[in-house]
Ligand binder design. Structure first.
Ligand code: SF4
Length: 233
């Protein structure tokens, strides 16, 4: 169901939950930009066992006892941090409400996610209830197709997917992600922070989310600046 860590998340501190990705039935807010650069859909293409696990999770998510089962899993594995949707997204209001119930019933667990389902008003209403919880960090994913939503709640943060050097995020963005071919290039000064695993800086250890914490750790959830991570240059 949930799996501990991966190359991006790091060791076993952060557990991920993934669904299939890249189609409107599982990613109803997707844009042409995110579909073209979806890392999760790529994982499904070259790792069939992962794709099968994501399909099993979709079946689990449809069950009436999903909330009870997730909560039991969190307790059994002493999970402290959950990255909801390492693949997939909130695909319906009913499914989003299930995660809302999980978050309410597991107040000691930190949940965080990036979502484009803010583009679907009925799902966005549930997401904003999640964002109001003290144990949840919600990121609205944006790009040049979606633009930035109006009326962002105070606790919701904004992430931008940059797809070219001239893809400059609008004002007010909290964090920038970059597509793979841009990640080795240094970041131009003056813009919003870039995820340190994608900022072109050579480091003596790869940056992982469990050590970085910018997206989920309460002590680092300030808009600026990102934590200083040791560089080799
Ligand atoms: S900013 Fe940090 S926590 Fe967020 S995705 Fe990048 S490495 Fe992970």
């Amino acid at each position: 169901m949930l799996t501990p860590g991966n190359r991006k998340l790091g060791g076993r501190r952060i557990w991920g939950f993934a669904l299939p990705s890249g189609t409107p039935d599982v990613c109803p807010g997707m844009s042409a930009t995110c579909r073209a650069h979806c890392y999760a859909a790529a994982v499904e293409r070259y790792r069939p066992t992962a794709a099968a696990a994501y399909r099993r999770n979709r079946t689990r998510a449809r069950r009436r006892d999903f909330v009870v089962r997730v909560r039991a899993f969190l307790i059994a594995h002493a999970v402290a941090v959950v990255r909801v949707h390492t693949g997939g997204d909130f695909y319906s209001p009913g499914y989003a409400r299930k995660w809302l119930r999980v978050m309410r019933r597991a107040p000691r667990v930190t949940f965080y996610f990036y979502t484009r389902s803010w583009r679907v008003p009925a799902i966005r209403a549930v997401i904003e209830q999640m964002a109001a919880l003290p144990n949840c960090v919600a990121w609205y994913s944006c790009d040049r197709d979606t633009g930035v939503p109006p009326g962002v709640p105070a606790r919701v943060r904004l992430a931008w997917l940059a797809t070219s050097d001239d893809d400059v995020p609008p004002a007010g963005l909290d964090l920038v992600f970059r597509i793979r071919r841009l990640r080795h290039r240094p970041v131009a000064p003056g813009g919003p922070p870039v995820c340190p695993s994608e900022d072109g800086v050579t480091r003596n250890r790869p940056v992982t989310c469990d050590r970085c914490g910018v997206c989920w750790h309460p002590a680092r959830l300030r808009r600026f600046p990102l934590p200083v991570i040791e560089s080799t240059r």
